[in-house]
Design a protein around this ligand. Structure first.
Ligand SMILES: *[C@@H]1O[C@H](CO)[C@@H](O)[C@H](O)[C@H]1NC(C)=O
Length: 328
């Protein structure tokens, strides 16, 4: 009798052990499978083809083969992207949206100075880093943000006013005084900016630009170029146009790391011809972009082109650097 019970017990405990082992094994396999699925790797997606910095917001930019990516934007030739801003006398910011002729103001860096050139005018220069002066701190308004910046003086402001035939002033970013948080979705505390619209970086790919141009009916206005979109970083060699829609984070060159914050919703400024310095009469590229790049869940009226990013690990960036992406 007792031995019978013992036999039953040992049979039962055997089943228990087998059941338990099976559960452990199944769970282990499931965990391995799931972690394999979740663990995505960075893949080579292309190479850096061009770098741009726009020392004065909405004016023509500068380009170089090397730059440094700071949390607050690209620094090239010792000047931060959108380091200067043009405002009306009351401090409200001005861009090519209101003054397309701004595209004709050429910028260059000469030593520690910004040089401005405009057709038919003698150039003018102003310090990149003027000595801080409380008396020159003025309120400026950029989109919904009220910040303070340093007035660059009457000479350069008069020069701009006479070139553009409007009463304008030039102000410069003062770290710590001017800084505002990026307003882009998913931006974090590190993403503090000077005067870009919303995000520290804007990236586009040559392949998407090419696809867009193929779709635009040919017109006397000519092709759309990178300068219609004013990116900081252009990437070439992606396997298909619009690949950037799937990127979550990037590693560029040696140690530079970026987070993708959001896709970029495009406004009427893209229709300013960067050479002619006036709006195109065919409303391109907005018109064509609206026909296939409108994603109402992101923006009901503005089509998407390019991506906004922020820096996770600061570093140098060079033309030809490989670009690795982690996909969604
Ligand atoms: C849509 O995009 C336009 C142009 O960039 C912008 O002004 C507007 O605020 C955006 N709307 C939303 C809901 O994000």
């Amino acid at each position: 009798m007792i031995s019978h019970i013992m036999r039953e017990w040992s049979g039962f405990s055997k089943i228990c052990v087998i059941a338990a082992l099976t559960t452990v094994a199944v769970t282990a396999v499931a965990v391995v499978v799931m972690s394999k699925k979740k663990k995505k790797e960075y893949e080579l997606v292309g190479h850096v083809s061009a770098l741009y910095c726009y020392p004065v917001k909405s004016c023509s930019g500068i380009t170089n083969k090397i730059a440094f990516c700071t949390y607050s934007g690209l620094r090239m030739s010792n000047v931060l992207d959108r380091h200067f801003l043009i405002t009306r006398a009351d401090g409200t910011f001005v861009t090519q949206r209101q003054v397309p002729k701004l595209a004709g103001v050429k910028t260059s860096i000469v030593g520690q100075e910004l040089q401005l050139d405009y057709e038919g005018k003698e150039y003018i220069r102003t310090p990149l880093y003027p000595k801080f002066s409380k008396d020159f701190i003025v309120p400026v308004r950029i989109w919904k943000h009220n910040v303070e910046a340093q007035f660059c003086g009457q000479d350069v402001s008069n020069w701009l006013s006479s070139a553009l035939e409007e009463d304008l002033q030039l102000v410069v970013y003062v770290p710590g005084v001017t800084q505002r948080l990026s307003t882009t979705k998913n931006a974090i505390d590190k993403d503090k900016v000077s005067f870009p619209d919303e995000s520290p970086y804007h990236i586009i790919t040559e392949e998407s630009l090419h696809d867009l141009n193929l779709r635009i009916p040919s017109s006397e206005n000519g092709e759309i170029t990178t300068q219609n979109f004013r990116p900081n970083i252009v990437i070439k060699g992606v396997k298909s146009a619009w690949d950037e829609d799937n990127w979550v984070s990037l590693k560029i060159g040696n140690k530079l790391e970026m987070r993708v914050l959001a896709p970029c919703d495009r406004c009427v400024m893209t229709t300013v011809d960067p050479e002619e310095c006036k709006r195109r009469n065919d409303e391109e590229p907005l018109k064509t972009l609206r026909s296939f790049r409108l994603f109402p869940e992101v923006n009901k009226t503005a089509p998407l082109f390019g991506i906004f990013t922020g820096v996770t690990v600061e570093n140098t960036i060079r033309v030809e650097d490989p670009v690795y992406a982690l996909r969604k």
